[in-house]
Design a protein around this ligand. Sequence first.
Ligand SMILES: [Mg+2]
Length: 146
Amino acid sequence: MIDLNEMKEESLDIAIRRGQEVDGISCLKHCAGEVAEAIDAYKDFEQVHGKFSGPSSEAYNLRMELADIIMCVLTLCAREHLDIEEALRHCIKKNKARIPEKNKRADYVDWKLHKQSLEIKQLEEKMDMLTERFKLPTGAPTRVVK
Ligand SMILES: [Mg+2]
């Protein structure tokens, strides 16, 4: 289990040693820049993962940009002595309470359907990849003429 409150102190220490501005506004501006980078990384990720599944440099880049966002948040939390773990727990509780009553039971079903659609998409991608792989090379005869 990751200890975010411990990690935030390390984030602040790194930011200071790198010479970054660590006041609140600078941290938030930095975070906004990282969000923009994550948007670009997600576009690349989405483009590649529309065709293939599994590990890729696009998936790695997206993960790194998301981690950059978290680092900015952690740095700010350390600077301002904010308990991010308590805040996250509260946020999850608050958002859970906002789920409409009618969706509380259906949530599991929706997730299950979502998971199934992802599995189908992955199978379709693998089928496309295999179809592409076993195509005859360009210029080769596609049928034998007797
Ligand atoms: Mg970045």
